[in-house]
Design a protein around this ligand. Sequence first.
Ligand code: DC
Length: 232
Amino acid sequence: MKKIVVAIDGHSSCGKSTMAKALARTVGYIYVDTGAMYRVVTLYALRNHLIENGKIYDFALQQHIECCRVKVSFQLDPETNLPLACLNGEVVEDEIRGMEVSNNVSPIAALPFVRKFLVAQQQAMGKEKGIVMDGRDIGTVVFPDAELKVFITASAEIRAQRRYDELVAKGEKDVDYDEILKNVIERDQIDSTREVSPLRQAEDAVVLDNSNCTREEQNAWLLEKFNAVVNA
Ligand code: DC
């Protein structure tokens, strides 16, 4: 069976990664969460005081990246076989999902030199195909020739509720729904209006609004699209 690249883009917290992971598992493809890569760079910047009170020391961050001090990679979790995001070899999967990183990641993802650094890695990962990658610019910039492009969306309120439930389930304390909703709306705004690679639907993407879909329904929808392409 021919191997393809599956590019999944869409708004934050609309279940892209859940769908992407499920498809990758079912069809035996590698899964790459590119949002995690932007989060890892953000964590590096926070830990090294290159962001303070929302101010980014972008010149310094660029130097750290150019001097190869920021290594973003994935390690496979031996139990789940899913990739865990790493910063300089350390698994940081939990830390990158917390509110501090979430509140600072969009401006970091808007920096052209950060995008150039991460897009090059993403393109190298997809060279052999057999990959499901999710993000914001996968079908438009990273893999404009992807055989299957999917654009996912859902209402801001539903996305905020999903993120709230996820954080509560992880045991995170002081989780506030209104703060999360504000963060979701703000991130949509920054992601869609930034100058470099703004979030937009590729012209040839198939679109799913999953506001009222169950996980099973959305997984079945994606698998059907995948099968239609590989069997064509
Ligand atoms: O999908 P996520 O919420 O983990 O993404 C984190 C941030 O990174 C979000 O602000 C969008 C940005 N991002 C991006 O600009 N390009 C990507 N390919 C993936 C994520």
